[in-house]
Design a protein around this ligand. Sequence first.
Ligand SMILES: *Cc1c(COP(=O)(O)O)cnc(C)c1O
Length: 437
Amino acid sequence: MSIDNRDFDTLKVHAGYKAEQHNNAVSVPIYQTAAFALGDSYRADRLFSFSEDAPIYTRLSNPTVDVLEKRVAALHGAAGAIGLASGMAAVSYALLNAAGKGGRILTTARLYGGTVDSFSHVYDDAGVGIDIVGNPDDLGEFEKLLKPGTRAIFIESITNPFATIPDLEKIAEIAHSHGIPLIVDNTTATPYLLNPFRHGADVVVYSATKALSGHGNVIAGLVVESGKFDWGNGNFPHFEKPLWFLRDSNDAQRNILQVFPSLPFTGRIRAIHLNYLGAALSPFDAYLVLLGVETLSERVKKQVANTEAVKTYLEGSERVSWVRYPTANGSPYKALADRYLPKGAGSILSFGFAGTEEQKREFLASVKIFGYQANIGDARSLIINPAQTTHVELTPEQRELTGLSIDAIRLSLGLESADDLIADLRQAFERVFPKRA
Ligand SMILES: *Cc1c(COP(=O)(O)O)cnc(C)c1O
């Protein structure tokens, strides 16, 4: 039985690595080198014409990064993956790669703040148009905003900070009926809670900085491809254009689909975006992500349990005006969570602080276990006021679209004891709202 057929929990510790190919090292070695010896000049010819696959230079590929790419691909049953220096590199490279020159991306405002902000600063210069669906719960709006140049639909599977859930399969159907892919940012869910490829996604991106690595000690990103989407369907001329640097040994120009037939999407990102824009993942950082992935299921399972416990406490608090989490009372996303996220809806939860702005600031200053930081998915529990920090770049119009109000407090639940976390929130509420004697 090949390792690729094993269960998720076995793959997360073993996939993509054979110790006998690495001096029998049990832990994945860190190949801390910029370049790799080419051997003789005939081997160099084969390496540079893509007829032999081996590392040349760490900006393009590295054996430590390669293990991470293969392991994450295996966790999804996907054809391949590419490791990058950050989640933002993963999002930007994936969207630019799908769009090509003059293309458009159809998306929503329910995205990571940095991604929304990048729409006004990067894509215009690159000649890529961005169309934003106002209400992503209304699938008709996706249909309405599709244009002849639209080359991908891009969504997040669990959004931040409100943990809304899109109907993945229906949105994938809309994309496929127009011959374009669905790209899903699955950072918050992680592959343990959700495999978007099982629900029609064609490309999945991660900020591995978050729960995938899980220890708040590395910036990293990944793009994963199913290998099933037909990039040669006529909608992606940039995948079919013959390129001189992809020529074969007889100097015949080839296109991306010919050189990377099983991995055209990540192959093109590697050949073009990683090669020329250069956000390469360092071998040491790839090692840290690998180490985190080994305990992914165990960590995320506990984080979901902690989130459920804190949710129940907050729902009973008179100082909380609302709680947003897919399993919270009255959540409109309960049915979608049951369908797509049966193991849990992640560890991001938001609530409305029922007090003044000053009291909210005092509350944030009064927690002792929760860390006040702009991050999520850490082993440590975190707290933040997103409208004034992580999502501060949003224009009032974008904030309106996401429904992000000033009273919102976002939690990212970590691995501490649920009782201690609840006691921490309780003592902070009591400090701000002292009980009258
Ligand atoms: C953090 C985050 C990103 C950006 O990732 P970095 O690793 O910080 O560059 C992208 N998408 C989502 C959903 C995120 O949470």
